[in-house]
Ligand binder design. Structure first.
Ligand code: NAD
Length: 497
């Protein structure tokens, strides 16, 4: 993006002039340059966009056969595949994530759409002949208009995970992307029309938390799906509770990684650097609490620190760049505060800790060197709170029981990983670590077929898989009498229940 672009809202199948006069800037986290401006949608904008979604739902999308819905969805997948390079550049410019990362991620986006379009065709309901002469049938139906509230760290991936399941199930969506990265969701809504999705199936309103709150409150909205921070999750869940509409909450994390003395150390160190510092540590499952068994503790710390020091920070558009900035000045200030608190708590800084020295214009970006603290106490701020940036902790443990206890010492329960060559231990631990997504000898790997979601302070509900498709459907029970005669209860016949 060379010249700043000034976007309108996108709903009802086209760009729409906002009714609210307020706008907000979208700036490059790498340089501070203005990339775009977007409207701050107010009540009338959100109402109009929600109505456009309701009209599309009533207008036929919900009643179409899954086979017919699959065609435009597959066309959208094809279009995204063809424009993968453009999409990756957009994502990289707005999020500051290196182009190499975004090319890899964008390359897989169409799979989510193809997957949900396909399994929706395969959705089968059940039917039973039951006692007393009845056939009972189950039937699925979409909820209606679904509000999708998304974060900035994977603007397209997280949106598409939700949107593909919602649309394949016959819902229409009202999207409120993050105020920090609203550009690609707007562009995607426009491309969806080009691909043949009916107007009003995807509607995007931009703005910050206040617009998100309006979205949750919009009368047509029948279901909410949020990926965001735990604080936002509590607010959105309360609102959904007030309205008695279902919601899914994909929230924060504090992912533990257990490294045992029997692990392949080269792989564990390489895996640790990837787990912690890809996306500059800004994913909900970024490895942030390393628990390392005592016999390899010192060597692991030394080797991971050297690996972190070798990570190249710089221009996100350069394919040689390993790590970009964090998303905002506020995000970097929060990370620096974690660093100060960790030092004050007596943890040992073994890598990073300061912003790098970069040439202009990147000296104005929100960069922070990959930062590692060793000897971190389990009751410390760094061990317990989500930094959402490249600041990680390492803590030693002696026995499997102690490692497990430390892994579970968290309010969050989203991701976890175990590095070991002992198959039995891997099985034991993946059954007893409190987390919704677990890896053995790897990290971050994700697939449309592999369910995704956490527990406790990390939220509830699942993305991916049949679970996600079914969560976008309501299931009903239909009971049909097959017995030839009705049993008149007040004439002394029949069964109750
Ligand atoms: P955030 O909670 O600040 O914002 C998420 C979305 O909610 C944004 O669109 C925001 O505008 C909106 N929002 C904020 N306040 C709202 C309100 N009161 N009502 C309705 N909507 C509101 O999160 P973020 O900073 O964009 O993303 C980072 C967080 O997301 C981290 O905590 C991270 O762990 C989490 N995350 C979780 C997952 C997962 O799969 N569990 C994936 C990615 C990110």
């Amino acid at each position: 993006m060379t010249e700043p672009r000034h976007f309108d809202l996108h709903y009802g199948g086209r760009w729409q002039k906002p009714l609210s006069a307020e706008r907000m800037d979208v700036r490059s986290p790498a340089t501070g340059a203005l990339l775009a401006t977007v409207p701050v949608a107010g009540p009338a904008d959100v109402e109009a966009a929600a109505q456009a979604a309701q009209d599309a739902f009533d207008g036929g999308w919900a009643r179409m056969d899954a086979l017919d819905r699959a065609r435009p969805l597959r066309a959208l997948a094809d279009l995204l595949r063809a424009r993968m390079g453009e999409l990756a550049e957009l994502e990289s410019a707005v999020t500051g994530r290196p182009i190499r990362e975004m090319r890899a991620q964008m390359g897989r986006i169409p799979e989510w759409i193809e997957y949900f379009a396909a399994i929706a065709i395969g959705l089968e309901a059940e039917s039973n002949h039951v006692k007393g002469g009845f056939v009972t049938m189950t039937a699925y139906e979409p909820h209606g208009v679904c509000a999708l509230l998304t974060p900035w760290n994977h603007p397209v991936l997280i949106l598409v995970k939700k949107l593909a399941a919602a649309l394949a199930a016959g819902n229409c969506v009202l999207v409120k992307p993050s105020e920090l990265a609203p550009v690609s969701p707007l562009v995607l809504a426009d491309w969806a029309i080009e691909a043949g999705l009916p107007p009003g199936t995807i509607n995007v309103v931009t703005g910050a938390g206040a617009t998100g709150a309006l979205t949750c409150d919009a009368a047509p909205v029948r279901r909410i799906d949020l990926t965001g921070g735990t604080r936002t999750g509590r607010i959105v869940a309360a609102r959904a509770g007030e309205r008695l509409i279902p919601c899914t909450l994909e929230l924060g994390g504090k992912t533990p990684v257990l490294v045992f003395a029997d692990a392949a150390l080269d792989e564990a160190v390489a895996g640790a650097a990837f787990a912690a510092f890809v996306a500059a540590g800004q994913t909900c499952v970024s490895a942030s609490r390393f628990l390392v068994q005592r016999p390899i503790y010192d060597e692991f710390c030394d080797r991971l620190a050297a690996k972190a020091d070798a990570i190249r920070l710089g221009d996100p558009a350069d394919p040689a760049t390993d790590m970009g900035p964090v998303i905002s000045a506020g995000a970097r200030a929060r990370c620096l505060d974690f660093i100060e608190k960790a030092k004050a708590a007596g943890s040992r800084l073994i890598a990073g800790g300061t912003p790098p020295d970069l040439p202009a214009p990147f000296d104005a970006g929100h960069y922070l060197r990959p930062t590692i603290f060793a000897d971190v106490a389990p009751d410390s701020h760094l061990f317990q709170e989500e930094a959402f940036g490249p600041v990680i902790s390492i803590t030693p443990f002696e026995t499997e029981e102690e490692g497990l206890r430390l892994a579970n010492d968290s309010a969050f329960a989203l991701g976890a990983a175990v590095w070991t060559r002992d198959v039995a231990r891997a099985h034991r631990l993946t059954r007893s670590i409190r987390a919704g997504v677990l890896w053995v000898n790897d990290h971050h790997k994700n697939d449309p077929r592999s369910i995704w979601g956490g527990f406790d302070a990390s939220g509830w509900g699942k993305e991916n898989g049949w679970d996600a498709l079914r969560s976008y459907l309501r299931k009903r029970s239909i009971v049909i009498r097959t017995a030839s005669q009705y049993d008149d209860w007040f004439a002394g016949k029949g069964r109750y229940g």
